[in-house]
Design a protein around this ligand. Structure first.
Ligand code: 5RP
Length: 226
């Protein structure tokens, strides 16, 4: 199977996974990226079974609206029954690297609100130790050089993602060659640097379940299972 077919398979599996949890007043949290986009398309097919969605990016909000799904501001929502999103890497604890699509801050906020975080990914995202994928860090523009110097002191090699401005008006530093044996500690430490909005480690709030697309089918993985 191609990577795109694996992404399609997990998008369909995610809809089947959440469907029994939905009721007519449910608001679904929806992520960003190519896998999340396939999920949104599948969600459109059952749009009469829930009330609407909160999106983690302007792009996902537009896609939802185009499908006729009502998009809500997170501030007007009391409860998100689930949040479904892709990832750039997942380890067996379902600690993630996210932010390849530069939507990490809103993704982290929506994740924090959701009762259940369902990660969907193809098997290329499965790793034992996080860090092969460069870690995205969203930074207030005036702090870019300062934050980069601090990240170098922490052992990383930050590269400015040229030409990218986040939905929040900020910039992204991608940190290469970064060892992340203790993701929770690294997530906390980077977020202490003045000027950092947040970083793409989702370890303090990992996923609750990972639907992983593989040649053997979609595997349902819970933290620490393998
Ligand atoms: C966007 C993200 C995405 O979930 C992540 O980059 C995975 O994207 P894709 O599904 O296209 O591989 O974190 O900020």
């Amino acid at each position: 199977m191609t990577q795109d077919q694996l992404k399609q398979a997990v998008a369909e599996a995610a809809v089947e996974y959440i469907r029994p949890k939905l009721y007519r007043d449910s608001i679904v949290g929806v992520g960003t990226g190519s896998t999340a986009a396939l999920f949104i398309d599948e969600l459109g097919k059952i749009k009469d079974e829930f009330k609407g969605a909160v999106a983690s990016s302007d792009a996902s909000a537009r896609q939802l609206e185009d499908l006729g799904i009502e998009v809500y501001d997170l501030n007007s929502v009391n409860e998100l029954i689930v949040y479904v999103d892709g990832a750039d890497e997942s380890n067996p604890q379902l600690e993630l690297i996210k932010g390849g699509g530069a939507a990490l801050t809103r993704e982290k906020i929506v994740t924090a609100v959701a009762k259940e975080f369902i990660c969907i990914a193809d098997e290329s995202k499965w790793v034992r130790v996080l860090g092969d994928f460069p870690l995205p860090v969203e930074v207030i523009p005036m702090a870019r050089s300062y934050v980069a110097r601090q990240l170098v002191k922490m052992g990383g090699r930050p590269i400015y993602r040229e030409g990218v401005v986040t939905d929040n008006g900020n910039v992204i530093l991608d940190v290469y060659d970064f060892d992340i044996p203790e993701p929770r500690k690294t997530e906390t430490a980077i977020n202490q640097i003045p000027g950092v909005v947040t970083n793409g480690l989702f370890a303090l709030r990992p996923a609750d379940v990972l639907l992983l697309g593989s040649a053997d089918g979609v595997k349902e993985i819970h933290p620490g299972m393998t």
